[in-house]
Design a protein around this ligand. Sequence first.
Ligand code: HDE
Length: 705
Amino acid sequence: MPKSPSKNPPVSDFVTDEGNGGETHQHVDIGADHGDASAHLTTDMGIRISDNQNSLKAGVRGPALLEDFVLREKIFHFDHERIPERIVHARGSAAHGVFECTKAIPHLTKAAPFQEKGKQTPLFTRFSTVAGGAGSVDTPRDVRGFAVKFYTEEGNWDLVGNNIPVFFIQDAIKFPDLIHAVKMEADRGYPQAASAHDTFWDFIGLMPEAMHMIMWAMSDRTIPRSLRMMEGFGIHTFKLVNAEGQSTLAKFHWKPVQGIQSTTWDEAVKIAGADPDFHRRDLFEAIDGGQFPQWDFGIQVIDEEMAAGLPYDILDSTKLIPEELVPVEIIGRMTLNRNPDNFFAETEQVAYCPANVVPGIDFSNDPLLQGRLFSYLDTQLKRLGSTNFHQLPINAPKCPVMNFQRDGHMQMAVPKGRANYEPNSLSEAGEAAGPRECPMSGFATHPTNLEPNDGNEKVRMRPELFADHFSQARMFYRSQTEVEQGHMVSALVFELSKVGLEHVRNRVLARLVNVDETLAARVADGLAMPLPAATTVAREPVDLDLSPALSIHKQSEPMLAGRKVAILFAEGSDGKTIADLQAAIKEAGATPFLVAPKVGGIATTKGPLKADGQLAGSPSVLFDAVALVLSPEGAAVLTGEAAAVQFVMDAFAHCKAIGADKGAKALLDKAGVEPDDGVTALGADFIAAAGQRFWDREAKVRLPV
Ligand code: HDE
């Protein structure tokens, strides 16, 4: 006889219902037995479950029974919840949205999204870091993926790009080496999501073609403030094909309406600790709050004759075409307006593939692109486990799919009829013959004109101009502002300081001499190493015209909309000032966030006020600007709290606007804040300052590099 559970020590709250007459569980009433069918908990077979708290046992203290199909099914399903994470770009965040054509370009392409002004195409966009695993942090120094799936009525078009317009390597055959080198080291399993280690820089030093991309990677582009504030690029040269079959070469660009903005390195490192999900949360909250992020979509249309005269090859993904030379023509706008309902089903299972193009878009011979055309389909099979992954709702085209592909794991469709081959003559017997090919409207590869000497021999060679590895690296570095150049130097010093192998550091320094001697000398100085001689190069670099469009600072306007502003308050703060500030911040399209030593309610002059975040968990690195609304007594108390002093010190060191009322003086002094244009009173001045950074301040808070 089993003992009465009431006489046994409790196993969980659900089995300790003293005096329940010996029952071993409590029912959680969710209305299931009251007519709402959708609320019934069932097994995967649809059997209603009566008890989801206790497994079936031989007696109250007895062993579990194999017969318990409810338990077995639940554990079985759980055991298989994880699928292989992406080998690169594992960490990502995504959203649904729409593309609206703002300028039709049928003369250039017959691609469905660009046929009429005002035409809308649904899409799903996933942003990602490259090197870290799926559970890694959001703010490492890393390239960001920028992948857009357009669900056009002529099939899915995936524009799988990055937030940087060039890449590390020229040929797909080097990709596994690059990724092995940057990911955690093979023997020790670290560092996670970081390029600052020996194997990455060893590879880079030996691959001079990476130097241009390295300039971008060491710039603030790889520490974006928000996924909403990054540019996106298709990188490769693509082909546009119009209805007459004429082709044009083009590059694709996304320009954030929110402005381009990055963090500082110190900030990015601290955000990683304060909020590892900083970018994911930011995207989710912006969309949830109705601040839909937008990007203008533009094309650089490349005249083939002009391209032939350029000192670099347009098939080389380590090169860009400066916007000053070929302007970006804006033809559409993307709005992300809906968060995924389920992270796994959508963000994790979405499968992008550069080979997914629609009539009107075609590939160039870029050898990096050509390799990608194979890789993505291959990787999806590994990751999603079935050739039928295209049937998952997030991957399924929103137009009819009709073909004779059949069967395979997890076939969701139920094809009807006998016809599963083509040609067939079943229609002659009155049966359905199935779909037929479409010579006129179907995708037809644009006939490529092979150059006279190409195509006659099988070769493993690169075109001649691919050998210039330094001209554009130099152009990029020299196009930056002084402040941005300083950030790049600091980044290189930081990264190379984490490299233990001295010969590796030395080789990279030598490559930097080829890029720009002043840059190399500053980095060598930062490492306290002698400056080596430049490396011998396959092709002498040339001084290209500078391109201001490559600098973030040269094109940034102050912008508060879409940003987040912290208001720090404490005991005795002025309630009206806080309310006015909140209103003004909202009015500017930004989000106010109340920070206080305690969240549950603190006495202000207008009564108790709840905070959105506790001081220790809401450091200023999480905000774009900070306001200090403090009484003299409140400020005096906070001078004894390291989190408060750090809050202000960091805001100052990260060149952010600091608005403060008179009462906050003690805290400002303790944090070492010196007056400048970014330190303002509360009110209109603060609102005007909050949408910008005060880079001149950097000289006060960081030693020159
Ligand atoms: Fe990728 N890349 N890649 N890549 N890539 C993948 O495909 C690959 C490259 C990019 O949010 C993988 O579905 C090769 C350039 C993004 O799901 C894989 C080469 C660019 C994403 C793959 C490159 C990208 C990926 C891993 C060298 C910018 C994330 C998971 C030729 C234009 C897509 C997957 C998402 C993902 C291969 C180089 C962008 C393994 C072989 C250049 C944004 O197939």
